[in-house]
Ligand binder design. Sequence first.
Ligand SMILES: [Zn+2]
Length: 288
Amino acid sequence: MEQAGRKSRRSNQLSEDVKSRLDFRAFYLRFCLPVRQSSTRIQALCPIPKHSHSGKGRPSLSIDLRRGLFHCFSRDEGGDTIRFYELMRGVSFSEALGEMAGDLGIGGTRRNSLTVRAAPDTEAVAQRDALPVLPTGRMTLICEAFLERCKCEEQTEGVNYLARRGIDATTMLHAGLAYFPRRSYHRVMRHMLDKFSLDELQRSGLFNARARLTFYRHRLLFPFYRCGRAIFLQARTTASGVEPRWHNMRGGVPSLYNVDALDDLPSGRTVDPGGRLYRYTHAFGAWL
Ligand SMILES: [Zn+2]
């Protein structure tokens, strides 16, 4: 009884921490396309799967950005951001809380938390282990195997995320982007361990010193191509509040895109590096 009380106090505290750290607008816009929005309110077509809306008619979802609350007038259902996440993902309260806290990098101080176990190695660990970086050929094979495996997994979240930023599925395909859904984490990790030695996976930066796949909080994958081969990967987080926004394989970022140097170029400009057409997209600070 006392233990249950402690657990519920802890989850209440965590849920307050999560909500205080969330950018409510960014959170809700991960899931819905607004029809109208102001500084305090968003109105949108309700995307909650079990409501089975037709997608036509008046937008039934109203979001109060000051308090972070939503309400679907059509089904008379509402609540806070955690409830919204539960409904969108079909998960329990504690799963929703755990995933949202994980995305924000909080509540993960417990040693068994996946956010902690999957974290990329710190500079201190990398220096201690002093693993040599992999030669390009092996790095390419690992990048390509990881990309191909992720593309076999559910891509909807990644496709929707990019669509909200004006990047359609054709561009996503053209740029070779892939999404690594959280639910596939263990399956993809096992697949990579079946194909490559742990030593090589750690040297590539795909795995950390704890033998875990590191692309856990950064799951939108941007390959760097040279002559049609994916020689390097960078991944971006799709969650609000996660810092840093990007995570890389180990070693220096090779050619093709240099975000700092390209920052001043206007959006929509096209170039042709390495035989592919890319468009500089300011939404990501990247060539797509
Ligand atoms: Zn609804």
